[in-house]
Design a protein around this ligand. Structure first.
Ligand code: ADP
Ligand code: MG
Length: 366
């Protein structure tokens, strides 16, 4: 799939911008703080209905304005699609070919995009919530029903937490909690199963990619650790029991202590947690593998490659990894938008189009 054109109105530091893109490599060049990342963010937002950077859409509105509007034309193998997104004061409207979508899950997955920025190193480096988020964002694109599950789950956890915090009488609590636990198991089990299955698929892609970009001797492995169990069957079977057993502790601590919101995706390098033991360069290679696996999983699901958005990452990769990534992009001519500063511009020879980004304006140069 490809983005042909995008219009931005009051989005981040863009007041009015219309820009066309080409198949192949589109290079966005500019100094820091000019709007390169914001431009990629607008495309990612339009494709996925979500910002990967902020929770609150209001942050995306140009300062001093009340709303933003994005419109993009996308070409898939068999159709031309117009996606629109409008946001104002808590009101969000997403349209596909002029038809408003009632739910985000009706919108997400129509067009796919994979975003890769230096901050993605956090997937390997930081805490488990980064890794759960990575899984959930990818699941949202390939299985939009996952979004509804997450929303339901968040509501259940909120209500259960609220109960744990406000009801002081533990006998009363013990009579009410099982109802919430039942719902937590019903929705939580589906989330666990989705993430588990995705982890198995990711692993099957990542392992060979890692060997080819890193070394034949090194192994990358991914495991999903659900409810601290390393077997899906066992986790799902014992979920109600685990919650029962935790009840007294949860009452004491006044918070929900176990469930998929506490699960972990383990990323191992040679059987050791990469978060703790991998070097910075190895961690970069691991993230690169995750991103390439993401591309392949979407391709497998959709029969088309997603749009690849590379924000400042090429200059961070070493020569060998960079060459691998560029060769990967050039097979099947995957549409890619790459941002970088002028100093790094010469590292890419294969560009189709070059754009200059300056103070919230994008101008095509070549
Ligand atoms: N909501 C907003 N309204 C106006 N300007 C914004 C908004 N959010 C961020 N910016 C500005 O956008 C600029 C950063 O843009 P960015 O795309 O991250 O730059 P870069 O070209 O370095 O990737 C900063 O100058 C920042 O102040
Ligand atoms: Mg940037």
């Amino acid at each position: 799939m490809e983005i042909k054109q995008i219009e931005l109105h009051n989005f981040r530091n863009y007041s009015q911008q219309k820009i066309e893109f080409e198949a192949g490599i589109n290079l966005l060049v500019g100094a820091n703080g000019q709007g390169k990342t914001n431009a990629l963010e607008s495309i990612h937002y339009l494709a996925t209905g979500k910002s990967y950077r902020v929770k609150q859409e209001s942050e995306l509105i140009l300062w001093g304005k009340k709303n933003f509007y994005l419109k993009g034309s996308f070409q898939t193998a068999d159709r031309l699609l117009t996606l629109e997104s409008y946001y104002e004061a808590g009101k969000k409207v997403m349209k596909i070919n002029q038809l408003a979508c009632r739910r985000l899950s009706d919108y997400v997955g129509t067009i796919n995009a994979v975003f890769f920025s230096p901050e993605d190193l956090n997937i390997v480096k930081k805490g488990p919530s980064e890794r759960r988020r990575f899984l959930d964002l990818l699941l949202a694109q390939i299985r939009p029903s996952h979004i509804a599950l997450l929303n339901d789950y968040i509501k259940i956890i909120k209500q259960k937490n609220n109960l744990l915090k406000t009801v002081k009488n533990s006998t009363a609590l013990k009579s009410q909690l099982p109802i919430w636990n039942e719902q937590l198991v019903a929705v939580g089990s589906k989330i666990i199963a989705n993430r588990w299955e995705l982890t198995v698929t990711l692993n099957s892609y990542c392992r060979p990619i890692f060997k080819s970009i890193f070394s034949q001797e090194d192994n990358m492995d991914l495991y999903y650790l659900a409810l601290n169990k390393n077997s899906l069957e066992e986790a799902l079977e014992t979920f109600p029991e685990i919650l029962d057993k935790k009840m007294n502790q949860e009452i004491e601590r006044k918070t929900v202590l176990i469930g998929p919101h506490r699960d972990e995706l383990l990323i191992n390098l040679n059987d050791k947690p990469a978060r703790l033991f991998a070097s910075q360069g190895q961690q970069r290679s691991l993230v690169l593998c995750l991103k390439l696996a993401e591309m392949e999983i979407i391709f497998n699901k959709k029969g088309e490659y997603p749009i690849l958005l590379l924000d400042d990452v090429l200059s961070e990769l070493d020569e060998e990894r960079r060459r691998y990534l560029l060769a990967y992009i050039n097979t099947f001519k995957k549409q890619t938008l790459i941002t970088m500063t002028e100093a790094d511009e010469k590292i890419i020879k294969e560009k189709t189009a070059v754009y200059r980004v300056f103070k919230g304006n994008i101008r095509r140069e070549r």
